[in-house]
Design a protein around this ligand. Sequence first.
Ligand SMILES: Nc1nc2c(c(=O)[nH]1)N[C@H]1C(S)=C(S)[C@@H](COP(=O)(O)O)O[C@H]1N2
Ligand SMILES: [Mo]
Length: 252
Amino acid sequence: MSNLSRRKLIRTGLAATAGASGLAVAARLADRYGLIPPDHGGMYGPGETLTYASQRLLTRHSLAREFPSSQISKPPFANPTAPLSETFKRLQAGGFADWRLAVDGQVARPATLSLAELKRYPSRSQITHLACEEGWSYIAEWTGVPLAHVLDVVGVLPQGRYVVYFSIEPDWWDSIDMADALHPQTLLAYGLNGSELAVGNGGPLRMRVPRQLGYKNVKFITHLTVTDDLKRFGKGLGSGSPEAGYHWYAGI
Ligand SMILES: Nc1nc2c(c(=O)[nH]1)N[C@H]1C(S)=C(S)[C@@H](COP(=O)(O)O)O[C@H]1N2
Ligand SMILES: [Mo]
């Protein structure tokens, strides 16, 4: 993929998708260049592949829009989560001093990091839009450590292609490819609108992927794994969401 000019791919294939047989052509090309999403099977498979492959090629380096502080929504909308576990409540009672982020998989130096350690890394703040697939959205200022920095600390091995991330809520896990994982706006967020990230919005630690829909922004992150193969996780669709009918790739 890296050696391929996007112009060339567009010329040789994706442009053909305007035609009737285009989807099949796009799927073949996407496969050749490693652009098949893990949930490509089923009725919408070719279309899903086309969306992911063409977005990746056209918007790989683009930034999600950032807003002026005058446009921050008040208050930030907190979509209710399921009741939190006793384990979570115990950690919360301790001010999250014992919260840990484990980072493992295809990395040179697996690590277990506290929030204090994460907060000592370089931070980034950005005012972006979070949109739920159910139709509501809000603009807020997120602060956190770029995921790229954490990946740099642990040293992603050359074969690593995806980052799988897990919540303390067992049903909530997801994954992104390296283009999104290394993207400068992808944060492990611990702050919102200048304060600690509230539990309602995913505190103490949340994945913030502003180039994808709300559900990819998993709350209460405890574990990251670098992998080249999403088939080993859950039902092999790259996330819990496709198991419930949502697409793995939710680019906006
Ligand atoms: N752990 C966990 N993460 C989650 C959810 C959840 O229920 N549990 N809901 C998701 C959905 S569907 C959306 S739209 C956003 C909502 O984020 P908000 O509460 O900050 O508005 O969080 C996402 N992350
Ligand atoms: Mo959502």
